[in-house]
Design a protein. Structure first.
Length: 265
């Protein structure tokens, strides 16, 4: 895997604190990793070092960890250097395994209700999840802001899914606003992102989920996830450390979710 960058990203990051992207508190440099650090580490695999440092910061207030190096990248640069033909190497489940698992999850969560609901899969990549849902009679559309050929849905969804999306957001508040623009007022967001483990102070950037080659630029603590959504009047509850849902008022079709061993963040 060879990377040829359109800009010099090997510059040293400023040691001065910057404002947190979530709560505005001071965020300090917390470490540096090689650009080729990827989520393959969860499988015991590592790419060869590329020799390009990628810096992350951590908020002193809410604990949010975010990438400093890519902060000024354009969508074209992300498409060129991260979401390119080699992306499937660092995320082998992206093409079919994850969409199939997520389709099964949604069928389990909503059962017969799913067929009567309109769904938008935000950050849907190749559109496979939406296609699988249409096969079982659900009205589902896919939209990915990094796919130049995708057209924004004209109608909003009762459910907007965002599986493995917000950890890729270099500007999380803008991404959440974009998601909300596709959601009905009485709808629900189902999303996945793995929140920081209890020992994050010890492992910090050694955690497998910190993967710049995967585009993991926003690493959420529970506090920062709660604050992000609360800023826009949304409640958040978690089914697990990696699966969450958000809503202003829980709609009747999703009322059962609050009883599925979920916990308010």
């Amino acid at each position: 895997m060879t990377e040829i960058f359109s800009r010099d990203i090997s510059q040293v990051a400023s040691p001065n604190p910057v404002a947190c992207l979530i709560c505005g508190d001071q965020s300090f440099l917390c470490g540096v990793v090689d650009f080729h650090k990827s989520c393959l580490e969860q499988r015991g695999l590592k790419l060869n070092f590329l020799g390009i440092p990628v810096y992350y910061r951590r908020c002193a207030g809410c604990g949010f960890i975010f990438c400093d190096t890519f902060k000024d990248w354009s969508p074209d640069e992300f498409r060129s250097h991260i979401y390119n033909a080699d992306y499937k190497i660092v995320d082998p489940d992206y093409d079919s395994v994850r969409p199939a698992a997520n389709a099964d999850l949604l069928r389990e969560l909503f059962q017969r209700r799913l067929g009567s609901l309109r769904l938008v899969d935000y950050g849907g990549g190749n559109g496979r999840l939406a296609a699988l849902l249409r096969e079982i009679g659900c009205y589902a559309e896919s939209y990915d802001p990094f796919s130049p050929d995708d057209v924004r849905p004209l109608k909003k969804g009762d459910i907007v899914t965002a599986f493995e999306v917000i950890e890729h957001a270099i500007k999380p508040q803008e991404t959440l606003l974009d998601i909300l623009s596709l959601l009905n007022e009485n709808g629900i967001i189902i999303f996945s992102t793995v929140v920081q483990p209890n020992n994050i102070d010890q492992i910090m950037l050694n955690w497998w989920y910190v993967g710049p080659r995967n585009g993991h630029v926003s690493i959420f603590s529970r506090d920062s996830l709660h604050i992000l959504f609360k800023n826009y009047g949304l409640n958040v509850a978690s089914i697990s450390d990696g699966l969450h849902f958000a809503f202003k008022t829980l709609p009747p079709f999703a009322a059962h979710l609050i009883h599925r061993n979920s916990s308010q963040l």
